[in-house]
Design a protein around this ligand. Structure first.
Ligand SMILES: [Zn+2]
Length: 254
């Protein structure tokens, strides 16, 4: 049986696809524990390198005319994905670039709402939505928007990944060995990691092991922190589209 749920992953991190896929899979399991990810969900990166460049924060947040053509293509790709089947999702990862306590200073989420409004304009074009005139276009667009999921760690994705303390300690030990205590401190007080500016610069290996750390994530502990990871889960949980689609991966396969 082909996968029921298709997820297009957009991430600002170069080579970040596998990491965001692993994190997304964790979040799906936290929202619908019985979800059958392997059989029921497929994850895809953006097909074109130029579009992957468009999800760099300096580009998708840009209002420069020089970026408009690329952004138009990105918005069109997103709109087509959201309309392509009843269970096609887009996960859009961008960093908060602020600590959680200072998140009011970050304009990224407001910029994202503007970006989504422009995607919605694209969706309104009959050549994109292809909704027969007798059907309710605005209803279809509202559903499609429910399939666009923002994944927003504060300060950056490493604030979540460094919660994999055991593995992170091993990685430091096989490198410099000077950050072992730091990972211990963060494990003892998990809420602290959302408050570290540029966590990637606070340890020796930076983003080098992100995918392995993502797979090892202590997701229940991280959710219990109640900061940016929990906020992302809560936002996704509010999508009836997502909960319904994840539920169908096991409800329909018996
Ligand atoms: Zn180290």
């Amino acid at each position: 049986m082909p996968p029921l749920v298709s997820v297009l992953i957009l991430t600002e991190d170069k080579d970040g696809h596998d990491t965001i896929e692993a994190v997304t899979e964790h979040i799906f399991r936290l929202i619908v524990p019985e979800v059958r990810v392997r059989e029921g969900v497929s994850f895809e990166p953006l097909p074109e390198a130029r579009l992957r460049r468009a999800v760099q924060p300096s580009v998708w947040r840009s209002r420069a005319d020089a970026d408009e053509r690329l952004l138009r293509d990105l918005r069109r790709t997103i709109a087509s994905q959201l309309f392509s089947t009843p269970a096609s999702f887009v996960v859009f990862h961008f960093d908060g670039d602020a600590t959680w306590s200072d998140r009011a200073s970050s304009t990224h989420e407001a910029d994202f709402r503007l970006f989504v409004a422009k995607v919605e304009q694209v969706m309104n074009a009959p050549s994109v939505h292809r909704v027969p005139s007798r059907e309710n276009v605005s209803q279809r667009i509202a559903e499609a928007k429910g399939r666009l999921l923002a994944l927003v760690p504060f300060y950056s994705i490493e604030a979540w990944l460094y919660q994999s303390a055991d593995l992170a300690k091993e990685m430091c030990k096989s490198g410099c060995g000077r950050h072992v205590e730091r990972f211990e401190t963060w494990r003892a007080n998990r809420a602290e990691l959302d408050e570290v500016p540029k966590p990637k610069d606070a340890v020796c290996f930076g983003a080098k092991h992100n995918h392995d750390l993502a797979r090892a994530l202590p997701t229940n502990d991280l959710q219990a922190v109640g900061k940016s990871f929990a906020a992302t889960i809560d936002a996704w949980k509010a999508s009836d589209e997502l909960v319904g689609a994840l539920t169908r991966t096991y409800a329909e396969s018996g």
